[in-house]
Design a protein around this ligand. Structure first.
Ligand code: UDP
Length: 242
């Protein structure tokens, strides 16, 4: 059910298999494994420890990760978009009466995201929320708020690596069952940003759509070839030693 990519195990199944798989954990961190996130992990011990821990499940998100799986000769069956997993967890929480906490984004975006989620899922219990603009090393008040609202799932939308650092630093301290870094997903639920049309998603061109809408993102694309080169190098050295 997993493929090996660099130092990571990456989930290789469908979204419904993932939902079933994560339900068996007493505590789990779901990482949207796009090239940026996985590349960051190679150069940060805290992140690497978390991403390779038995409580973390990395999902193949992003065309770069799909290409990388082909390079290592184990193409993943499907791309799993983090935002869709978030929405499936939200639906499950609404159905089962479990609460969620939203952490991240600018206050206005967060408020709109909250409102829109409540409109779409009226029975959803959002036990708390906080914007994503705070010091990661000085956030006791936020941790206390999360602890006291005791959510089943927490979604952290602060972009990489901030959201992953927050989760790595605090996963053991917080009572939540599911942790998930969801990047710009609150912007999408708030309708500040649109997801690419379905045909572009199907062709693996979501990145292109996002760059056209927000040209400043182009800088971040450099990481994809860097990541792929790393995968090629890693693969070569493994086949030499193996
Ligand atoms: N963000 C945040 N705190 C920060 C920096 C960013 O909450 O210190 C939020 C930002 O407002 C936006 C999201 O994180 O809502 C960034 O999403 P991005 O588009 O970078 O993530 P991606 O989907 O590309 O992973």
């Amino acid at each position: 059910m997993f493929i090996r990519l660099l130092k990571y195990n990456v989930f290789n199944g469908s979204k419904s298999e993932l939902m079933k798989y994560i339900s068996e954990f007493s505590k789990v961190n779901i990482v949207s494994g796009n090239p940026e996130v996985l590349y960051n992990g190679l150069y940060n011990d805290l992140l690497l420890k978390n991403f390779t821990s038995p409580s973390t499940v990395i999902i193949p998100d992003g065309i770069g990760t799909l290409l990388a799986s082909r390079i290592v000769g184990r193409p993943v069956k499907e791309k799993i978009a983090g935002i869709e997993v978030m929405e499936d967890i939200v639906k499950k929480c609404e159905k089962k009466g479990k609460s969620i906490y939203l952490l991240g984004a600018r206050q206005q975006v967060l408020d709109r995201c909250r409102e829109n989620l409540k409109k779409k899922y009226p029975l959803l219990n959002i036990s708390g929320s906080h914007n994503g603009y705070f010091d990661l090393n000085d956030c006791e008040n936020i941790l206390e708020d999360i602890k006291s609202s005791n959510p089943y799932a927490i979604f952290v939308a602060m972009g990489a690596p901030k959201q992953d650092i927050f989760i790595s630093q605090n996963m053991d301290k917080l009572p939540c069952r599911i942790f998930m870094g969801v990047g710009g997903s609150f912007d999408v639920f708030a309708k500040k940003v649109k997801r690419a049309p379905k045909w572009m998603i199907a062709l693996g061109l979501e990145w292109l759509y996002r760059v056209i809408r927000e040209p400043s993102r182009i800088k971040r694309l450099v990481l994809i070839p860097k990541f792929l080169l790393k995968v090629i190098d890693f693969n070569k050295s493994r086949s030499k030693t193996g």
